[in-house]
Design a binder for this molecule. Structure first.
Ligand code: SAH
Ligand code: SF4
Length: 378
């Protein structure tokens, strides 16, 4: 695994999972257990200054200071919603930005993070998809979103306890098309010396990259959400172009295979409700036929968050309810996603991260109730 080198000549230690950091320490002639100490300082305490790490020998701290760094992504903006949702826009260079969203609830704190700048899958209803693909984030850039959010929120809430209990890979990008960077980041979330999260509380959401679902099952099984959005191949081909490569039957087979090792005994199917496209009672019945008795699952109906270029509309609430009722009556566990952070455009599919389009970023800032610009990494 490569660490991001984003200061001239300095290796960003946010790019190393514990194994990677141990290998790095060995290269410096240090014992492996030093890596554990260093890892804990960085991820559990949020330290970025080697001089803070007082239980490391001065000679090691000096060595690290001359070769390494712990560097988060520059924050372009931070918006706080009236419901407590916080959205950060991070600069990833060359005019690209990615977003992360913190969603506080009574019993948990969830962080939604990005895996790519843009996305190559190009789903019809997704504004990230419309933006096209810029590049993969590296491991340091993925974990930097969690590192920054966790430690800046702890400071804000004046809290030493963990603030973020759950991570969902539901921000910008298709995580399973950035597999090599994703897996070390997942391991850092799960590591007891890192964020110590339960596998059940880390969710990878995918549009259905079948071979990578298979690999994730063996390499690092976590909770899995699959963006289904249609009960038939012809419709799914139009909404999620990746379906032409990996059609529904193959996807469901991969889901069943994944369940053999998954930390939860169900797959979450996401289904974005699009007016007049995939929201009829017939389509609800077709979905029942497709799933009932075939895959252990929960269905999460997502109200579509419209954006002008999509040409699509959100299904009316009664329509969503009628659709949900068909599924529920057939015995499929179904929930309708609450939208959070609407006033700051933090909802699903609105994470477009256009820094190229400064006017749009500006408009968003004006609409946000509270704007704290230029928040600095802890
Ligand atoms: N690429 C992955 C994860 C990021 S998208 C995936 O597709 O699963 C996270 C979720 O947001 C997906 O379920 C996606 O279908 C949904 N989504 C995308 N655009 C949306 C929109 N405009 N309104 C509502 N949900 C949307
Ligand atoms: Fe990419 Fe997911 Fe958006 Fe589809 S929904 S374009 S896979 S980010």
């Amino acid at each position: 695994m490569d660490a991001a080198v984003n200061l001239p000549g300095l290796t960003n230690l946010l790019g190393f999972d514990l194994e990677g950091l141990a290998a790095y320490c060995e290269q410096l002639g240090e014992k492996r257990f030093r890596a554990t100490q260093l890892f804990r300082w960085i991820h559990q305490k949020g330290a970025s200054d080697f001089d803070q790490m007082t239980d490391l020998a001065k000679s090691l701290r000096d060595k690290l200071a001359s070769r390494a760094c712990v560097t988060a992504l520059p924050v372009i903006s931070e918006h706080i919603s009236t419901d407590g949702t916080v959205k950060w826009l991070f600069d990833v260079g060359a005019g690209n930005a990615v977003e992360a969203v913190f969603i506080p609830e009574t019993d948990r704190g969830t962080l939604c993070i990005s895996s790519q700048a843009g996305c190559a899958v190009g789903c019809r209803f997704c504004s990230t998809g419309h933006q096209g693909f810029s590049r993969n984030l590296d491991t340091a850039e993925i974990i930097a979103q969690l590192w920054f959010a966790e430690h800046s929120l702890r400071k804000r809430f004046n809290q030493t306890e963990r603030v973020i209990s759950n991570v969902v890979m539901m921000g910008m990008g298709e995580p399973l098309q950035n597999y090599n960077a994703l897996v070390p980041a997942l391991r850092m979330m799960l590591d007891d010396h890192g964020y110590g999260m339960s596998r059940r509380r880390v969710t990878v959401s995918t549009s259905g990259v079948v071979p990578m679902i298979e690999r994730l099952r063996d390499d690092c099984p976590v909770a899995l959400a699959v963006s289904l959005h249609a009960p038939t191949d012809p419709l799914r081909d139009q909404l999620v172009p990746l379906n032409k490569k990996y059609p529904i039957a193959e996807l469901l087979d991969a889901c069943n295979h994944y369940l053999e090792k998954a930390p939860r005994d169900f797959i979450t199917f996401e289904y974005c409700m699009l007016d007049g496209v995939n929201d009829t009672p017939e389509q609800a019945h077709a979905l029942v036929e497709l799933l009932r008795g075939h895959v252990s699952c929960k269905i999460n109906l997502i109200p579509f968050n419209p954006f002008p270029a999509s040409g699509l509309k959100r299904s009316a609430n009664e329509r969503v309810k009628a659709f949900a009722d068909v599924l529920l009556q057939a015995g499929l566990i179904t929930t309708v996603r609450k939208t959070r952070g609407d006033d700051i455009d933090a909802a699903c599919g609105q994470l477009a991260g256009e820094v190229q389009d400064r006017t749009q970023v500006h408009v968003r800032m004006v609409r946000a109730p509270i704007v704290v610009k230029g928040a600095s990494p802890s």
